[in-house]
Design a protein around this ligand. Structure first.
Ligand SMILES: *Cc1c(COP(=O)(O)O)cnc(C)c1O
Length: 383
């Protein structure tokens, strides 16, 4: 069965974004492609093969269930790293398949040690250290303990990485905090070296940090949002344009989200549209009903706020976004008929509905809107 909307991924846009990122970071910095949350809503199954074709060979995900989805695509041909959740019962699968994972609790190190011992292989770990975000990451005393275990059981571990995460590199307001974190991280690197611990990769940067603070790039960067063609925030884009004396956004949006008009009707002046009284027709209106609601990832906060494109013209979302439907005002698009394509995110000619424009309307970040796109919407790769 067809789903009520569909997502198209533009392969050449991904290629262009990856080329841009490679140019920025140079060939000595490895790129870990962050594909957590179903590749930011783009779809593991469709997105990961594109990256694999482009030669990316390190993928970061949040949890083991996501690692499995990526593994189904890449097999052992790429490195997969779990940055967050590894339940104990999955540790054996993780270690056996050479899946890398962050260690931010001593218990996890012990669990990994037990499993690696049992399987007579090495667990591939990244030591995540606390540098000031105060989320996950080993604090000083635990790191000390971890180092002891690592030295005493060197045969059970491959120390693939040493890492941390910044508490909001996309905002200049966090400048001082980020700099403190950079200093804290570098001091930990030196201290570990003195103790004879040499991780393969030191990595700290997400998209924003990699762009704004080049010294955070180190051996590897973890790039999520930018590979999909979005900036972590407006500040990051402006900073880039300003530093390079450019005017146009070098990234290309990969995703297009489309549906079709399901029904059309005329509404008289003075009538309310949809549930309740949130939209009053101030004049005679023609409206289009579109089979996409908050269940399908079109957030309720776009009620009376969102815009869609129909036949190349912008139509306003009116009334509340329902669970399965939304309503658009097509009074000024008289040619619109049932079955016409509706672009929820994407372009027609030079008119674009971007996620960022939603973001402003709806006070949501690109990140949230994208990752709420349900995994069961049809996804197609366009070459
Ligand atoms: C999500 C995530 C990233 C990627 O962030 P972007 O802003 O999308 O580039 C990097 N590192 C960690 C630890 C993350 O959780």
């Amino acid at each position: 069965m067809r789903t009520t909307s569909r997502i198209e991924l533009d392969k050449s846009a991904v290629e262009s974004n990856i080329n841009f990122l490679r140019e920025q970071f140079g060939k000595d910095v490895r790129i870990s492609s962050v594909v957590k949350s179903n590749a930011y809503g783009h779809g593991f199954e469709q997105f990961v093969p594109i990256l694999k074709d482009l030669g990316l060979d390190h993928f970061s995900v949040f949890s083991t269930d996501e690692a499995l989805e990526v593994y189904k695509v890449t097999g052992a041909q790429a490195d997969i790293c779990v940055m967050g959740f590894v339940p104990d019962e999955d540790m054996e699968w993780v270690v056996r398949n050479g899946i890398e994972f962050y260690v931010f609790e001593i218990d996890r190190l012990l669990e990994a040690m037990a499993v690696a011992g049992k399987l007579k292989t090495k667990a591939k770990i990244h030591l995540e250290v606390e540098t000031g975000m105060n989320r996950t990451g080993l604090q000083r005393n635990h790191l000390k303990q971890a180092v002891k275990y690592l030295k005493n059981h060197a045969g059970l571990f491959e120390i693939k990485g040493l890492c941390t995460h910044y508490a909001g590199a996309e905002s200049i307001a966090n400048y001082v905090r980020v700099h403190r974190q950079i200093r804290a991280f570098n001091s930990i690197v030196r201290s570990l070296r003195r103790q004879g611990i040499y991780p393969d990769y030191c990595h700290t940067a997400c998209s924003a940090a990699a762009m704004i603070y080049p010294k955070t790039r180190m051996d590897m960067v973890r790039i999520g949002i930018m590979q999909y063609g979005f900036w972590p925030g407006k500040e990051t884009l402006l900073d880039y344009l300003h530093k390079n004396n450019l005017r146009t956004d070098p990234l290309k949006r990969v995703i297009t989200w489309k549906s079709d008009i399901m029904s059309i009707k005329d509404v008289r002046e003075g009538e309310f549209v949809s549930y309740g009284m949130s939209y009053l027709a101030q004049e005679n209106k023609r409206i289009a009903i579109i089979p996409v609601g908050y269940y399908h990832g079109y957030t309720r906060s776009l009620s009376n706020q969102g815009r869609v494109l129909i036949n190349g013209q912008v139509a306003q979302v009116i009334g509340l976004v329902n669970m399965n439907m939304l309503i658009a005002d097509i009074t000024l698009i008289p040619g619109a008929t049932i079955g016409d394509e509706v672009i929820l995110i994407g372009s027609h000619g030079d008119v674009t509905i971007s996620v960022a424009s939603f973001g402003e309307f709806s006070d949501q970040l690109n990140y949230e809107l994208l990752t709420r796109l349900p995994s069961n919407i049809e996804r197609h790769v366009i070459n």
